[in-house]
Design a protein. Structure first.
Length: 236
């Protein structure tokens, strides 16, 4: 992949107008955008279709987590509106993950199903409060193994878990990493973060970056800086 194709910009904004402004300012530099809960709840599938029709790829990050039949229906609907990638929760279990993959195979164009392991906002202590013993990286690996066993195309994991997942599960599994913060950027509400170069070195295929780009004084300049860092990491 080209370095610019490995960057996914998160459109975590509250309206289509704001999303259009970000996309316009980034122009040809960015090809893939994440549409998550905030934007999709306000604008619905229309914003996805608009991005796809403009030639952009959409990563639909709604983290489906429900009974298998319901999740399969959601995946089929995502495929019908042109989504390229989507998320389901690995914690939904094997039947749900397999149902998601079966639905994805019915899509008119390739649809990548990514299983979310452990949210990047969770620390080890947070995870233990939910009843999961041990460290976040250990639980993420367990869920990544389940996702691979069920045929998922890849996983979503923080850069801290990407390395161990890559080492254990090999090159065939796509790894998408949120929680990316350029050197010197604020951590925000993320607990487990890394720089773009660190994430690529750890084995990540795609990086999801939101606020460091969308809230920058010059979003295009911020995106190009991250792309250069991705390119540099890929040469090492």
């Amino acid at each position: 992949m080209r370095p610019e194709d490995r960057l996914i910009v998160a459109l975590d904004v509250s309206s289509a107008a704001e999303a259009r402004k970000v996309v316009e300012r980034l122009g040809a530099a960015v090809s893939t955008y994440k549409v998550g809960t905030q934007l999709f709840t306000v604008e619905g599938p229309g914003i996805v279709r608009e991005l796809v029709d403009s030639g952009k790829k959409v990563f639909l990050d709604l983290k489906f987590h429900d009974i298998p039949n319901t999740v399969a229906g959601g995946v089929r609907s995502a495929g019908a509106i042109g989504v390229s990638m989507l998320t389901v929760h690995a914690a939904g279990g094997p039947a749900m993950l397999r149902a998601a993959m079966e639905a994805a195979r019915q899509a008119a164009k390739p649809l990548t199903v990514l299983a979310v392991t452990v949210l990047t906002s969770l620390s080890d202590a947070d995870l233990q409060e939910t009843g999961v013993a041990g460290r976040a990286q250990d639980h993420a690996l367990v869920l990544a193994k389940l996702a691979q066993k069920c045929g998922c195309n890849g996983v979503v994991a923080s850069p801290h878990e990407a390395r161990i997942i890559r080492q254990d599960l090999g090159a065939g599994l796509v790894i998408v990493t949120p929680g990316i913060r350029p050197a010197g950027a604020a951590r925000g509400d993320q607990s487990r973060v890394n720089t773009p170069a660190e994430a690529i070195a750890a084995g990540a295929d795609y990086l999801v970056v939101g606020r460091p780009i969308t809230e920058a004084k010059n979003p295009l300049q911020a995106a190009e800086k991250i792309i250069r860092e991705i390119a540099s990491a890929g040469k090492n």
